[in-house]
Every structure is written in structure tokens, then in C-alpha cells.
Design a protein around this ligand. Sequence first.
Ligand SMILES: [Zn+2]
Length: 114
Amino acid sequence: MSTRSLVIALRVIGVVLLVSAVVVGVLTGSIRGLVISVLGSISTVVVYFALAAILENQEYVLEYISGELGRLEKRLKSYIRTGDKVCERCNSSYDPSYSYCPNCGYRNVPPSAS
Ligand SMILES: [Zn+2]
């Protein structure tokens, strides 16, 4: 099960729990029964929604990291293969004797610079 479908499942379960708590509360026939039923379910529903939010955030962070790693890998591979620099801004490769990107003018920090 992917994270995305797990997040959806957790939210659906949360909504179903809340709706069933309202239904059960209404079926008791009293306002007190309704309030007790809804309040009783809320702590559980909050946990489901919080878990969904945490998972969603975790997935976003992982996607961001893997995207950054992919870009870094691409630049490294190009650098190793051709010795050319790859622009951090526009991703075009150019001769390493240039101190700036001839395509967009961005001044890249060379990998050897400390
Ligand atoms: Zn550039």
C-alpha cells in the first residue's frame, strides 16, 4: 500500500468514525447521548487525521530529498563523464575554464573550491 493511499484510507476512516458517532448519538434520541457519542469519538478521529498529516508530510520530505539527490547525481555524472561544469541554475553544461555559465550568466561555485 502506497503512502498516498494510506493517507486517504486514514482520512476516510476518520470521517466514517465521526459520521457513525453522530449516527449512534442521534439514535440514542437525546442531546446528551449525541454529545457523549461525538466527544467520545473525537480523540480517535483526531489521531487518524494527525497520522494522515504526518505521513503526508513525510512523503513530501522524501520526495524533496530524492529530487535533490537526482539533480546532484545528474551534475556529478556529467562532470565525471565530460569534465564539463553543469550550471546549477539552467542545467546546461559548459567548459570548466569558464567561471560563469555562458547560457544564463550564473556564477557557479566549482566543486574543488573550499
Ligand atoms: Zn546557466
